[in-house]
Design a protein. Structure first.
Length: 188
């Protein structure tokens, strides 16, 4: 497997999982025990991360420009034996454009031998990768129970067209994300 795509519910543990993989990879390659029930990894000569950054008030260009510039610099440093952890990359633009940019970057990197772990809410991206006949991709999804609770477990699963953001809305605002329509009496 050269590509792991992780999708699923907001606040389901996707980014936390990704943040745990980097240190585990480095510990394994250093011969140090990894604090996990089990962990298997191949040796990579580089481990690089790419994700969204907070808005920089001194930024002279937009967030997407900044993301693309960082990705270009990363691509220049990656080797075929490298690994990259992508956390919500290219979400600074609309779904269509972000998905297309990410799809092309991922394709180029996997074709060159780079191993990729990708957390994304871009359904168009995850779905398009899932629909391609390939043996190199694996899909995990943050588990969400029918009542909306998160288990903070990743399960094997196809990408879904929702990240269940309405669950968080209802939790924060203590009101349904889709309120009942207001009924009015005609003539009033």
């Amino acid at each position: 497997m050269s590509l792991l795509v992780i999708t699923g519910a907001n606040e389901g543990g996707k980014s936390t999982f990704l943040r745990s993989v980097g240190p585990a990879q480095l510990m394994t390659q250093s011969g140090v025990f990894v604090s996990a029930e089990s962990f298997t990894a191949d040796v990579r000569d580089r481990l690089i991360t790419h994700g969204r950054r907070e808005e920089d008030p001194e930024m002279v260009s937009g967030k997407l420009d900044e993301e693309l510039a960082r990705m270009s610099a990363i691509a220049d440093r990656l080797t075929p034996d490298g690994m990259i952890l992508l956390n919500e990359s290219f979400a600074a633009t609309d779904e269509r454009a972000g998905s297309e940019i990410a799809r092309q970057v991922i394709r180029a990197l996997t074709e060159s031998g780079v191993k990729i772990l990708c957390v994304t809410h871009l359904f168009a991206l995850a779905h398009s990768i899932h629909e391609q006949p390939q043996d190199h991709a694996f899909f995990l999804r943050a588990q969400r129970l029918p009542d909306g609770r998160r288990t903070f477990r990743l399960i094997k699963g196809d990408p879904l067209p929702t990240s269940h953001g309405e669950d968080l809305y209802e939790q924060v605002f203590d009101t349904p994300a889709r309120p009942e329509p207001v009924r009015t009496t005609p003539g009033i």
